[in-house]
Design a binder for this molecule. Structure first.
Ligand SMILES: Cc1ncc(COP(=O)(O)O)c(C=O)c1O
Length: 457
Protein backbone atom coordinates (compact mmCIF):
# COMPACT_ATOMS: atom_id res chain seq x y z
CA UNK A 1 0.00 0.00 0.00
CA UNK A 2 1.26 3.48 -0.90
CA UNK A 3 1.62 6.13 1.76
CA UNK A 4 -0.65 9.13 1.16
CA UNK A 5 2.17 11.33 -0.20
CA UNK A 6 4.33 8.56 -1.64
CA UNK A 7 7.29 7.01 0.11
CA UNK A 8 9.19 9.46 2.31
CA UNK A 9 12.50 11.00 1.24
CA UNK A 10 15.25 9.29 3.10
CA UNK A 11 17.64 11.41 5.12
CA UNK A 12 19.81 8.85 6.84
CA UNK A 13 19.63 5.34 8.28
CA UNK A 14 18.14 4.25 4.98
CA UNK A 15 17.06 0.82 6.05
CA UNK A 16 15.11 2.18 9.00
CA UNK A 17 13.06 4.54 6.87
CA UNK A 18 12.09 2.09 4.16
CA UNK A 19 8.55 0.84 4.08
CA UNK A 20 8.43 -2.53 5.74
CA UNK A 21 6.81 -4.03 2.65
CA UNK A 22 9.85 -2.96 0.61
CA UNK A 23 12.11 -5.17 2.68
CA UNK A 24 13.19 -8.45 1.10
CA UNK A 25 11.31 -11.45 2.43
CA UNK A 26 13.33 -13.41 4.94
CA UNK A 27 13.32 -17.17 4.59
CA UNK A 28 11.87 -18.98 7.55
CA UNK A 29 13.78 -21.84 9.23
CA UNK A 30 11.76 -24.43 7.23
CA UNK A 31 12.58 -22.68 3.90
CA UNK A 32 9.00 -21.46 3.21
CA UNK A 33 8.44 -17.68 2.87
CA UNK A 34 7.48 -16.09 6.20
CA UNK A 35 3.96 -14.71 6.55
CA UNK A 36 4.38 -10.97 6.94
CA UNK A 37 0.78 -9.84 7.48
CA UNK A 38 1.96 -7.07 9.76
CA UNK A 39 3.59 -5.20 6.84
CA UNK A 40 0.38 -3.93 5.26
CA UNK A 41 -1.17 -3.36 8.64
CA UNK A 42 1.76 -1.25 9.83
CA UNK A 43 1.88 0.76 6.59
CA UNK A 44 -1.81 1.57 6.98
CA UNK A 45 -1.18 2.80 10.52
CA UNK A 46 1.74 4.95 9.41
CA UNK A 47 -0.36 6.36 6.54
CA UNK A 48 -2.84 7.79 9.05
CA UNK A 49 -0.06 10.17 10.17
CA UNK A 50 1.56 10.62 6.76
CA UNK A 51 2.18 14.39 7.16
CA UNK A 52 4.05 13.74 10.38
CA UNK A 53 5.93 10.78 8.93
CA UNK A 54 7.09 12.88 5.99
CA UNK A 55 8.32 15.64 8.29
CA UNK A 56 10.02 13.15 10.59
CA UNK A 57 11.89 11.61 7.69
CA UNK A 58 12.86 14.80 5.88
CA UNK A 59 12.86 17.79 8.18
CA UNK A 60 15.98 18.96 10.03
CA UNK A 61 13.88 20.09 13.01
CA UNK A 62 12.32 16.68 13.67
CA UNK A 63 13.80 13.55 15.14
CA UNK A 64 17.15 15.35 15.02
CA UNK A 65 20.38 14.14 16.55
CA UNK A 66 21.84 16.94 18.69
CA UNK A 67 25.62 16.73 18.52
CA UNK A 68 26.53 19.25 21.17
CA UNK A 69 25.07 21.71 23.66
CA UNK A 70 26.44 24.95 25.14
CA UNK A 71 24.02 26.84 27.37
CA UNK A 72 20.79 27.03 25.35
CA UNK A 73 22.70 26.70 22.08
CA UNK A 74 22.68 23.33 20.34
CA UNK A 75 24.71 22.02 17.41
CA UNK A 76 23.15 19.79 14.75
CA UNK A 77 25.78 18.90 12.18
CA UNK A 78 27.30 22.24 11.15
CA UNK A 79 24.44 24.34 12.46
CA UNK A 80 24.47 26.11 15.82
CA UNK A 81 20.95 27.04 16.86
CA UNK A 82 19.16 28.51 19.89
CA UNK A 83 16.98 25.91 21.52
CA UNK A 84 13.38 27.08 22.03
CA UNK A 85 12.01 23.55 22.17
CA UNK A 86 13.16 22.67 25.69
CA UNK A 87 10.63 22.60 28.53
CA UNK A 88 13.38 23.14 31.12
CA UNK A 89 11.62 26.38 32.08
CA UNK A 90 13.77 27.16 35.14
CA UNK A 91 17.03 26.22 33.43
CA UNK A 92 17.82 23.70 36.22
CA UNK A 93 19.37 21.33 33.65
CA UNK A 94 22.29 23.77 33.43
CA UNK A 95 22.45 24.92 37.07
CA UNK A 96 25.89 24.14 38.47
CA UNK A 97 24.73 23.66 42.07
CA UNK A 98 22.24 21.03 40.89
CA UNK A 99 24.75 19.31 38.59
CA UNK A 100 27.33 19.18 41.41
CA UNK A 101 24.86 17.51 43.76
CA UNK A 102 24.70 14.29 41.75
CA UNK A 103 28.04 12.45 42.35
CA UNK A 104 27.53 12.24 46.12
CA UNK A 105 24.19 10.48 45.66
CA UNK A 106 25.62 8.13 43.03
CA UNK A 107 28.46 7.21 45.43
CA UNK A 108 25.89 6.42 48.12
CA UNK A 109 23.17 4.67 46.09
CA UNK A 110 24.75 3.59 42.81
CA UNK A 111 23.13 4.54 39.53
CA UNK A 112 19.85 2.71 39.93
CA UNK A 113 18.64 0.54 42.82
CA UNK A 114 16.03 -1.26 40.80
CA UNK A 115 13.49 -2.12 43.49
CA UNK A 116 9.91 -1.25 42.64
CA UNK A 117 8.71 1.31 45.15
CA UNK A 118 6.62 -1.29 46.99
CA UNK A 119 9.76 -3.37 47.56
CA UNK A 120 12.00 -0.63 48.87
CA UNK A 121 12.48 3.12 48.78
CA UNK A 122 15.85 4.84 49.03
CA UNK A 123 15.50 7.54 51.72
CA UNK A 124 15.40 10.19 48.98
CA UNK A 125 11.77 9.22 48.24
CA UNK A 126 10.23 10.16 51.60
CA UNK A 127 12.42 13.28 51.66
CA UNK A 128 11.13 14.38 48.24
CA UNK A 129 7.50 13.60 49.12
CA UNK A 130 7.71 15.47 52.41
CA UNK A 131 9.22 18.60 50.83
CA UNK A 132 6.83 18.41 47.88
CA UNK A 133 3.76 18.11 50.11
CA UNK A 134 4.88 21.18 52.00
CA UNK A 135 5.58 23.07 48.73
CA UNK A 136 2.26 22.41 47.02
CA UNK A 137 0.27 22.54 50.27
CA UNK A 138 -1.65 19.30 49.76
CA UNK A 139 -2.48 16.70 52.41
CA UNK A 140 0.09 14.29 50.96
CA UNK A 141 1.92 13.38 47.75
CA UNK A 142 3.11 10.29 45.91
CA UNK A 143 5.92 10.24 43.35
CA UNK A 144 6.22 7.86 40.36
CA UNK A 145 8.60 8.04 37.38
CA UNK A 146 6.43 9.91 34.86
CA UNK A 147 3.06 11.59 34.45
CA UNK A 148 2.25 9.00 31.80
CA UNK A 149 2.68 6.24 34.39
CA UNK A 150 0.38 8.18 36.70
CA UNK A 151 -2.40 8.70 34.15
CA UNK A 152 -2.33 5.05 33.08
CA UNK A 153 -2.53 3.75 36.62
CA UNK A 154 -4.27 6.34 38.79
CA UNK A 155 -7.17 7.33 36.50
CA UNK A 156 -8.48 3.71 36.34
CA UNK A 157 -8.30 3.42 40.15
CA UNK A 158 -10.10 6.73 40.72
CA UNK A 159 -12.97 6.00 38.36
CA UNK A 160 -13.46 2.23 38.66
CA UNK A 161 -16.60 1.37 36.68
CA UNK A 162 -17.92 4.94 36.94
CA UNK A 163 -17.66 7.77 34.37
CA UNK A 164 -14.74 9.93 33.23
CA UNK A 165 -15.68 13.38 31.97
CA UNK A 166 -12.77 14.13 29.69
CA UNK A 167 -11.95 17.60 28.37
CA UNK A 168 -12.22 17.52 24.56
CA UNK A 169 -8.62 18.72 24.19
CA UNK A 170 -7.09 16.88 27.15
CA UNK A 171 -3.43 15.90 26.66
CA UNK A 172 -3.00 12.62 24.79
CA UNK A 173 -1.59 10.94 27.91
CA UNK A 174 -4.75 11.77 29.90
CA UNK A 175 -6.84 10.43 27.03
CA UNK A 176 -4.79 7.22 27.01
CA UNK A 177 -5.26 6.86 30.79
CA UNK A 178 -9.01 7.21 30.22
CA UNK A 179 -8.83 4.47 27.56
CA UNK A 180 -7.11 2.13 30.04
CA UNK A 181 -9.91 2.90 32.49
CA UNK A 182 -12.46 2.17 29.74
CA UNK A 183 -10.81 -1.22 29.32
CA UNK A 184 -11.53 -1.84 33.01
CA UNK A 185 -15.21 -0.94 32.58
CA UNK A 186 -15.33 2.86 32.93
CA UNK A 187 -17.56 4.98 30.73
CA UNK A 188 -15.83 7.91 28.94
CA UNK A 189 -17.75 11.07 28.08
CA UNK A 190 -16.13 14.12 26.47
CA UNK A 191 -17.05 17.74 27.21
CA UNK A 192 -16.16 20.70 24.98
CA UNK A 193 -12.70 22.08 25.72
CA UNK A 194 -12.75 24.32 28.83
CA UNK A 195 -16.57 24.50 28.70
CA UNK A 196 -17.79 24.14 32.29
CA UNK A 197 -21.42 24.70 31.30
CA UNK A 198 -21.28 21.70 28.97
CA UNK A 199 -19.63 19.68 31.74
CA UNK A 200 -22.34 20.72 34.18
CA UNK A 201 -25.04 19.53 31.75
CA UNK A 202 -23.34 16.17 31.27
CA UNK A 203 -22.89 15.68 35.00
CA UNK A 204 -26.56 16.44 35.63
CA UNK A 205 -27.52 13.72 33.16
CA UNK A 206 -25.19 11.14 34.75
CA UNK A 207 -25.69 8.63 37.57
CA UNK A 208 -24.78 10.31 40.88
CA UNK A 209 -24.48 6.90 42.50
CA UNK A 210 -21.31 5.89 40.64
CA UNK A 211 -17.80 7.44 40.73
CA UNK A 212 -17.35 10.47 38.45
CA UNK A 213 -13.98 11.89 37.52
CA UNK A 214 -13.38 15.13 35.56
CA UNK A 215 -9.99 14.98 33.79
CA UNK A 216 -8.28 17.97 32.21
CA UNK A 217 -5.09 20.00 31.84
CA UNK A 218 -3.94 22.84 34.06
CA UNK A 219 -1.65 25.18 32.08
CA UNK A 220 -2.20 24.08 28.48
CA UNK A 221 0.83 22.69 26.67
CA UNK A 222 0.04 24.52 23.41
CA UNK A 223 -1.50 27.84 24.41
CA UNK A 224 0.13 28.43 27.81
CA UNK A 225 -3.31 29.40 29.13
CA UNK A 226 -5.15 27.78 32.04
CA UNK A 227 -8.85 26.93 32.36
CA UNK A 228 -11.11 28.49 34.97
CA UNK A 229 -10.25 25.88 37.59
CA UNK A 230 -12.18 27.64 40.32
CA UNK A 231 -15.37 27.06 38.34
CA UNK A 232 -14.45 23.46 37.45
CA UNK A 233 -13.66 22.75 41.11
CA UNK A 234 -16.98 24.26 42.19
CA UNK A 235 -18.90 22.14 39.67
CA UNK A 236 -17.02 19.01 40.80
CA UNK A 237 -17.95 19.81 44.42
CA UNK A 238 -21.62 20.48 43.55
CA UNK A 239 -21.92 17.07 41.86
CA UNK A 240 -19.81 15.09 44.32
CA UNK A 241 -17.30 14.43 41.50
CA UNK A 242 -13.49 14.48 41.65
CA UNK A 243 -11.44 16.90 39.52
CA UNK A 244 -8.17 15.49 38.13
CA UNK A 245 -5.79 18.18 36.82
CA UNK A 246 -2.56 17.61 34.88
CA UNK A 247 -0.34 20.65 35.50
CA UNK A 248 2.80 19.30 33.81
CA UNK A 249 3.72 22.75 32.52
CA UNK A 250 2.49 25.07 35.27
CA UNK A 251 4.33 23.38 38.16
CA UNK A 252 7.64 25.15 38.75
CA UNK A 253 6.61 28.28 36.85
CA UNK A 254 3.39 29.58 38.38
CA UNK A 255 2.64 29.61 42.08
CA UNK A 256 0.85 31.23 44.98
CA UNK A 257 0.32 34.98 44.89
CA UNK A 258 2.09 37.20 47.40
CA UNK A 259 2.39 40.92 48.04
CA UNK A 260 6.17 40.69 47.62
CA UNK A 261 6.19 38.49 44.50
CA UNK A 262 8.81 39.48 41.93
CA UNK A 263 6.59 38.83 38.89
CA UNK A 264 3.12 37.86 37.74
CA UNK A 265 3.89 34.12 37.90
CA UNK A 266 3.55 34.46 41.69
CA UNK A 267 6.03 32.80 44.06
CA UNK A 268 7.42 29.32 44.82
CA UNK A 269 6.22 27.75 41.54
CA UNK A 270 3.83 25.50 43.42
CA UNK A 271 1.40 25.03 40.56
CA UNK A 272 -1.77 26.35 38.98
CA UNK A 273 -4.13 25.44 41.84
CA UNK A 274 -2.13 27.54 44.31
CA UNK A 275 -1.68 30.26 41.71
CA UNK A 276 -5.43 30.59 41.22
CA UNK A 277 -6.14 30.11 44.93
CA UNK A 278 -8.28 26.99 44.35
CA UNK A 279 -8.38 24.46 47.21
CA UNK A 280 -7.57 20.77 46.81
CA UNK A 281 -10.91 19.80 48.39
CA UNK A 282 -12.35 18.14 45.27
CA UNK A 283 -9.12 17.80 43.34
CA UNK A 284 -6.22 15.49 42.65
CA UNK A 285 -3.31 17.43 41.15
CA UNK A 286 -0.79 15.66 38.91
CA UNK A 287 2.46 17.28 37.77
CA UNK A 288 6.06 16.42 37.16
CA UNK A 289 9.66 17.37 37.62
CA UNK A 290 10.63 16.56 34.02
CA UNK A 291 9.93 20.06 32.74
CA UNK A 292 10.78 22.88 35.18
CA UNK A 293 13.03 20.70 37.38
CA UNK A 294 14.76 18.82 34.52
CA UNK A 295 14.44 15.50 36.39
CA UNK A 296 12.67 12.26 35.51
CA UNK A 297 10.03 12.13 38.23
CA UNK A 298 6.33 12.98 38.56
CA UNK A 299 3.81 13.26 41.39
CA UNK A 300 0.20 13.14 42.51
CA UNK A 301 -0.88 15.57 45.25
CA UNK A 302 -3.61 13.71 47.11
CA UNK A 303 -5.14 12.72 50.45
CA UNK A 304 -3.11 10.18 52.51
CA UNK A 305 -5.94 7.63 52.37
CA UNK A 306 -5.74 7.63 48.57
CA UNK A 307 -1.95 7.44 48.64
CA UNK A 308 -2.11 4.33 50.83
CA UNK A 309 -4.62 2.76 48.45
CA UNK A 310 -2.48 3.53 45.38
CA UNK A 311 0.50 1.81 47.03
CA UNK A 312 -1.31 -1.48 46.51
CA UNK A 313 -3.44 -0.61 43.47
CA UNK A 314 -1.29 1.45 41.04
CA UNK A 315 0.89 -0.92 38.96
CA UNK A 316 3.88 1.47 38.61
CA UNK A 317 4.22 1.54 42.43
CA UNK A 318 4.09 -2.25 42.58
CA UNK A 319 5.96 -3.31 39.45
CA UNK A 320 7.80 -0.51 37.60
CA UNK A 321 11.47 0.31 37.92
CA UNK A 322 12.13 3.59 39.76
CA UNK A 323 13.54 6.89 38.53
CA UNK A 324 17.34 6.91 38.22
CA UNK A 325 19.21 8.04 41.32
CA UNK A 326 20.58 11.06 39.39
CA UNK A 327 16.99 12.24 38.86
CA UNK A 328 16.07 11.80 42.52
CA UNK A 329 19.23 13.77 43.39
CA UNK A 330 18.48 16.60 40.95
CA UNK A 331 14.89 16.73 42.25
CA UNK A 332 16.14 17.23 45.82
CA UNK A 333 18.76 19.77 44.76
CA UNK A 334 16.16 21.45 42.53
CA UNK A 335 13.75 21.81 45.46
CA UNK A 336 16.55 23.54 47.40
CA UNK A 337 17.44 25.87 44.50
CA UNK A 338 13.73 26.59 44.03
CA UNK A 339 13.60 27.69 47.69
CA UNK A 340 16.65 29.92 47.47
CA UNK A 341 16.73 31.25 43.90
CA UNK A 342 13.56 30.05 42.17
CA UNK A 343 11.73 33.37 42.33
CA UNK A 344 14.68 35.19 40.72
CA UNK A 345 14.71 32.64 37.88
CA UNK A 346 10.98 33.08 37.44
CA UNK A 347 11.27 36.88 37.39
CA UNK A 348 13.90 36.63 34.64
CA UNK A 349 11.74 34.16 32.73
CA UNK A 350 8.76 36.47 33.02
CA UNK A 351 10.78 39.44 31.76
CA UNK A 352 12.17 37.61 28.71
CA UNK A 353 8.80 36.06 27.85
CA UNK A 354 7.14 39.44 27.97
CA UNK A 355 9.80 40.95 25.71
CA UNK A 356 8.90 38.27 23.15
CA UNK A 357 5.13 38.66 23.57
CA UNK A 358 5.36 42.45 23.34
CA UNK A 359 7.39 42.17 20.13
CA UNK A 360 4.82 39.80 18.57
CA UNK A 361 2.11 42.23 19.56
CA UNK A 362 3.95 45.13 17.94
CA UNK A 363 4.55 43.13 14.74
CA UNK A 364 0.86 42.16 14.62
CA UNK A 365 1.60 38.41 14.86
CA UNK A 366 -1.07 36.48 16.71
CA UNK A 367 -0.35 33.95 19.42
CA UNK A 368 -3.06 32.17 21.44
CA UNK A 369 -1.04 32.93 24.61
CA UNK A 370 -3.09 35.37 26.69
CA UNK A 371 -1.50 34.44 30.00
CA UNK A 372 2.15 35.47 29.79
CA UNK A 373 3.26 31.86 30.38
CA UNK A 374 6.57 30.97 28.60
CA UNK A 375 4.86 28.83 25.93
CA UNK A 376 4.36 30.97 22.83
CA UNK A 377 2.67 29.31 19.90
CA UNK A 378 2.60 31.04 16.51
CA UNK A 379 -0.14 29.60 14.25
CA UNK A 380 0.20 29.65 10.44
CA UNK A 381 -2.55 30.78 8.11
CA UNK A 382 -1.68 27.99 5.67
CA UNK A 383 -0.95 24.69 7.40
CA UNK A 384 0.87 23.45 4.27
CA UNK A 385 3.64 25.97 4.93
CA UNK A 386 4.81 24.31 8.14
CA UNK A 387 7.64 22.48 6.37
CA UNK A 388 9.05 25.68 4.80
CA UNK A 389 8.51 27.79 7.90
CA UNK A 390 10.39 25.22 9.96
CA UNK A 391 13.26 25.25 7.47
CA UNK A 392 13.38 29.04 7.56
CA UNK A 393 13.64 29.00 11.36
CA UNK A 394 16.31 26.29 11.23
CA UNK A 395 18.37 28.11 8.60
CA UNK A 396 18.18 31.27 10.70
CA UNK A 397 19.46 29.53 13.82
CA UNK A 398 16.18 29.00 15.72
CA UNK A 399 15.15 25.54 16.93
CA UNK A 400 11.42 25.45 17.74
CA UNK A 401 8.76 22.76 18.15
CA UNK A 402 6.77 22.26 14.98
CA UNK A 403 3.12 21.70 15.79
CA UNK A 404 2.22 19.83 12.61
CA UNK A 405 -0.95 17.97 11.67
CA UNK A 406 -2.04 15.55 13.16
CA UNK A 407 -0.30 16.60 16.39
CA UNK A 408 -2.75 19.51 16.26
CA UNK A 409 -5.84 20.12 14.04
CA UNK A 410 -5.01 21.68 10.63
CA UNK A 411 -6.34 25.12 11.63
CA UNK A 412 -3.94 25.18 14.57
CA UNK A 413 -0.76 24.15 12.77
CA UNK A 414 2.17 26.37 13.67
CA UNK A 415 5.35 26.42 15.71
CA UNK A 416 5.85 26.67 19.44
CA UNK A 417 8.55 28.58 21.26
CA UNK A 418 9.37 27.89 24.89
CA UNK A 419 11.44 30.41 26.77
CA UNK A 420 13.56 29.15 29.67
CA UNK A 421 15.44 30.99 32.40
CA UNK A 422 18.67 29.78 30.76
CA UNK A 423 18.01 31.80 27.61
CA UNK A 424 19.66 35.21 27.25
CA UNK A 425 18.41 38.62 26.18
CA UNK A 426 20.66 38.41 23.15
CA UNK A 427 18.93 35.17 22.10
CA UNK A 428 15.53 36.87 22.54
CA UNK A 429 16.76 39.78 20.33
CA UNK A 430 17.85 37.34 17.59
CA UNK A 431 14.58 35.43 17.78
CA UNK A 432 12.51 38.61 17.49
CA UNK A 433 14.53 39.68 14.43
CA UNK A 434 14.03 36.28 12.76
CA UNK A 435 10.29 36.30 13.53
CA UNK A 436 10.08 39.75 11.93
CA UNK A 437 11.66 38.52 8.69
CA UNK A 438 9.63 35.28 8.81
CA UNK A 439 6.51 37.46 8.95
CA UNK A 440 7.61 39.11 5.67
CA UNK A 441 7.98 35.74 3.92
CA UNK A 442 5.09 33.62 5.22
CA UNK A 443 1.42 33.96 6.11
CA UNK A 444 1.04 34.18 9.88
CA UNK A 445 -2.20 34.92 11.68
CA UNK A 446 -2.68 38.62 12.30
CA UNK A 447 -3.42 40.49 15.50
CA UNK A 448 -2.48 40.04 19.12
CA UNK A 449 -4.78 39.09 21.95
CA UNK A 450 -4.33 41.19 25.04
CA UNK A 451 -2.58 39.56 28.00
CA UNK A 452 -5.03 39.13 30.79
CA UNK A 453 -7.42 36.23 30.72
CA UNK A 454 -6.12 33.71 33.25
CA UNK A 455 -4.64 35.75 36.01
CA UNK A 456 -1.00 35.19 35.05
CA UNK A 457 -0.69 38.61 33.44
C1 LIG B 1 0.28 18.07 29.68
C2 LIG B 1 1.26 16.94 29.68
N1 LIG B 1 0.98 15.83 30.39
C3 LIG B 1 1.82 14.78 30.41
C4 LIG B 1 3.01 14.79 29.70
C5 LIG B 1 3.91 13.59 29.76
O1 LIG B 1 4.73 13.73 30.87
P1 LIG B 1 5.75 12.57 31.27
O2 LIG B 1 6.92 12.74 30.37
O3 LIG B 1 6.10 12.86 32.71
O4 LIG B 1 5.05 11.29 31.10
C6 LIG B 1 3.35 15.92 28.95
C7 LIG B 1 4.60 15.94 28.20
O5 LIG B 1 4.89 16.74 27.38
C8 LIG B 1 2.45 17.02 28.94
O6 LIG B 1 2.73 18.12 28.22
Amino acid sequence: MELEHGPPQRRSNDGLHRRLSDLPAEPSPNGKPRRRDYDGWLDRWVATVSDLTRLKNTHPMMDAVIDEQAGRKIRIGDHWLTDWASCNYLGFDLDQEIIDSVPEYLAQWGTHPSWSRLLGNPRMYPEIEQQLTELVGSEDSLVLPTITHIHMSVIPVLVGDGTIFLDGRAHKTIYDGAMVAAGHGANVVRFRHNDHEHLDELLRASDPGSPRLIAMDGVNSMTGNAPDLEEFSRIAGDHGALLYVDDAHGFGVVGERSTDELCGYGTRGNGIMRHLGVSYDNTVLVAGFSKSYSSLLAFVALPTRLKDALKVLAPPYLYSGPSPVASLATTLAGLEVNRTRGDQYRANLWRMTHRLLDALHEMGIRTPNTSGFPIVEVPLLDHEEIDEVGRYLFEHGQYATMAAYPLVPKHEVGFRIQVTAANTDEEIDDLIAVLGSLHDHFLLEQGADALASTGLA
